[in-house]
Design a protein around this ligand. Structure first.
Ligand SMILES: *[C@@H]1O[C@H](CO)[C@@H](O)[C@H](O)[C@H]1NC(C)=O
Ligand SMILES: *[C@@H]1O[C@H](CO)[C@@H](O)[C@H](O)[C@H]1NC(C)=O
Ligand SMILES: *[C@@H]1O[C@H](CO)[C@@H](O)[C@H](O)[C@H]1NC(C)=O
Ligand SMILES: *[C@@H]1O[C@H](CO)[C@@H](O)[C@H](O)[C@H]1NC(C)=O
Length: 371
């Protein structure tokens, strides 16, 4: 808003400077650019001779139809089209504001000052409506799932074609898909079957499913517009492979256990051990990272503990990863032991109940028989 009124003021000042050298004429900028969807001000300045009076100001639109008319100094005299309003301006200056500029507003506008007695004087300003390509923020997608990238341009009337290109981290660039006026979206052969493109020249959406690690990189959407030429923007995609950690352990020497927590993921996971408030571990864990050929990394964290520890406290490996809301915990010890204990207890109790029932029945029968 502040920016808009500032540029409006600058426009008026520049025009006033130019006016100094012109007598009995109307000055208006010849050519201006207006952003689609935004408001836009048009300005004309008239220079009067001494004794002349300004009776009426008229504005004509791009089709030479009346856009707005008014008598200076008379607020009630303003009449015109809905999307245009008269803006307060200095004497002998006329400023009108188009509310939300659209493609249809492109063209030349005429301002006509009816000056008494010399007659009418007019000026003209032509506007070109422009837009920018806006794009999503950088995204992440989980390998095997879906990723959607979108891009938009406010003037579909000027777009002839939209093209999406992929640039890998190594800088290799390939065309992925395109959509042109009066045709169907075209998907390049390597992407067919797992990439889709929306049939729109304004809001373009590229969908990849399932996402693969090699889909990582930056995607440029390029709008071929006429007559302005190409306009583009870029969004980058990172692909995650989520970890599925596992714990394994073996006794290396009497009373000493070596435990490994392993995870394959992209990017590499961070592994920490949670040994419940006890420090009977033998030194801190040792972590190794082994990059795999497919872009994932195997992380192994090795912890050495006294075997007695496992009976007393829970030992957990916690795997942190950017793609996870909370870390994955893998318990190394007694979780299974506890479950087994419960199972055995339940089975035992059930067996006892059945036995006592049998015993009761048998006794009852015996009694009856005896009677
Ligand atoms: C509007 O009028 C001007 C002359 O006053 C003419 O040059 C122009 O072509 C007209 N535009 C349209 C769209 O009729
Ligand atoms: C998007 O990612 C690319 C490369 O990963 C980076 O150069 C760019 O600055 C990022 N853009 C934003 C808005 O974060
Ligand atoms: C743990 O991983 C290392 C390799 O990093 C391996 O040599 C060792 O045998 C593993 N130990 C267990 C218990 O799996
Ligand atoms: C760890 O063990 C040392 C003695 O070996 C003891 O002084 C220390 O308080 C222990 N720390 C914790 C957190 O149990």
């Amino acid at each position: 808003m502040i920016h808009a009124s500032c540029s409006k003021a600058v426009q008026v000042c520049l025009l006033l400077l130019m006016v100094g050298r012109l007598q009995g004429r109307v000055t208006a900028p010849e050519h201006l650019k207006a952003q689609v969807g935004e408001s836009f001000a048009l300005t004309c300045i008239v220079v009067r001779e001494r004794g002349e009076s300004l009776r009426q100001v008229r504005w004509l639109d791009v089709k030479n139809q009346t856009l707005l008319t008014y008598q200076p100094g008379n607020r009630d005299s303003v009449s015109g089209q809905q999307h245009v309003e008269l803006t307060v301006s200095p004497k002998d200056t006329s400023v009108i504001t188009i509310q939300r500029v659209s493609f249809r507003d492109e063209g030349c506008y005429t301002c006509i000052f009816d000056v008494h007695p010399s007659g009418s004087k007019q000026g003209q300003t032509c506007i070109t409506v422009t837009s920018q390509v806006s794009v999503d923020r950088n995204k992440t997608a989980v390998s095997g799932k879906k990723a959607s990238l979108s891009c938009s341009y406010g003037l579909p009337e000027k777009v002839q074609q939209i093209t999406w290109r992929h640039t890998s981290a190594l800088g290799v660039s390939t065309e992925v898909a395109s959509f042109a006026k009066q045709s169907d979206p075209m998907i390049e052969p390597p992407y067919q079957g797992r990439v889709w493109l929306s049939a729109s020249l304004s809001d373009s959406q590229l969908t990849i499913q399932p996402v693969a690690i090699q889909d990582e990189g930056c995607y440029t959407c390029l709008y071929s517009t006429h007559p302005e030429g190409p306009k583009s923007s870029t969004v980058c995609l990172s692909t995650y492979v989520l970890p599925k950690p596992q714990v394994s352990y073996k006794t290396t020497s009497p009373g000493v256990i070596e435990a490994n927590c392993t995870s394959v993921s992209r990017p590499p996971a961070e592994i920490v051990w949670n040994v419940e408030g006890d420090n009977r571990t033998m030194g801190s864990p040792v972590t190794t990272q082994l990059p795999q050929g497919d872009g994932t990394t195997l992380v192994i964290s090795t912890l050495t503990v006294q075997s007695g520890l496992l009976k007393d406290v829970s030992v957990k490996c916690l795997v942190h990863h950017k793609g996870l809301e909370s870390p994955i915990a893998v318990s190394m010890n007694t979780k299974i032991g506890t479950a087994l204990t419960i199972l055995i207890s339940v089975t035992t109790v059930a067996a006892l109940l059945v036995l006592s029932l049998c015993f009761c029945l048998w006794k009852c029968f015996l009694r009856k028989e005896a009677d």
